[in-house]
Design a protein. Structure first.
Length: 279
């Protein structure tokens, strides 16, 4: 009986330590962002000192952080939709169709994950800055320039193709016997069965696009089109911005990713667990 009690105490101590390690920094960000008392660079408060919304009001009105959040929202919204759509179609072709060179295509797609962003920065800049011959315009300094490069992501294709490959062929054959065409099979048979994987792909894709720093840095040179990661990097070296204001903007930048994760948590967890069972 005594040993069980000590085991319970030990578990609670471990839980408390994990809570401090993982939740503590986030709580420090929240407490400092809502504090009117100035802090030193790199310092976080354990509790708001003189609770105030002044840091957020200054960031919203004086810095205009809403504009950068809006830019990031536009890019991440359309980028995630296009990325998931393209990845689902590509995964369907790789997992459910047999054609010559399917292994080579899969290898080429997966090999793109091995290239750091810095390696393709210059070629990407040249492509984005290339003027289209018919309309005499380029994707430089535009939302499309920040959206199109993230449409194809090997990670999403790989995850979805693994899930689609595990779906029994009999379901597809039964749908064909009932008169379903290729698009009906894809939308009404395949996609509903890979919802957990879609949740995982949407979550990771959203965070990947939201956190993009190098891409908007080389594609955009207008301040009005900058995204939130770029402006955070700029404000970090701005001596006129206090640490409290910078941390408040950081908290605003974190909120969309947290909301998306909490909203898709059920599908995300199911997707991760299903992938672990398949592995």
């Amino acid at each position: 009986m005594l040993s069980k009690r000590w085991d319970a105490v030990g578990r609670w101590i471990i839980y408390a330590l994990l809570l401090v390690v993982f939740v503590g920094p986030f709580w420090g960000i929240v407490a400092t962002a809502f504090s009117a008392a100035p802090v030193k660079p790199g310092e976080l408060l354990p509790w708001p000192n003189a609770f105030s919304l002044q840091n957020f009001l200054f960031a919203w009105q004086e810095i205009g952080v809403w504009q950068y959040l809006l830019n990031s929202m536009v890019v991440v919204f359309f980028g995630t939709i296009l990325q998931v759509s393209v990845s689902a179609l590509a995964a369907y072709a790789l997992a459910r169709k047999k054609f010559i060179g399917v292994s080579l295509v899969s290898l080429v797609i997966l090999s793109t994950m091995m290239l750091p962003e810095e390696v393709i920065a210059i070629p990407l800049y040249m492509i984005i800055n290339w003027r289209l011959p018919v309309i005499d315009a380029s994707l430089y300094n535009s939302y499309l320039g920040m959206i199109m490069p993230v449409v194809g992501w090997a990670f999403s294709i790989f995850v979805l193709s693994e899930f689609m490959a595990a779906i029994p062929k009999e379901l597809e054959e039964a749908a064909r016997i009932d008169g379903a065409n290729e698009w009906q099979i894809f939308f009404h048979v395949i996609l509903p069965l890979v919802k957990p994987a879609l949740g995982t792909v949407v979550t990771f894709g959203f965070i990947m696009i939201w956190d993009q720093y190098l891409l908007p840095l080389i594609v955009v040179n207008q301040d009005s089109l900058n995204t939130i990661p770029v402006i955070l990097s700029t404000l970090r070296t701005d001596e006129s911005i206090t640490p409290n204001i910078f941390i408040a903007i950081t908290l605003l930048a974190m909120l969309p990713s947290i909301i998306v994760y909490l909203g898709l948590q059920k599908h995300f967890n199911r997707g991760i667990m299903s992938g672990a069972v398949k592995g």
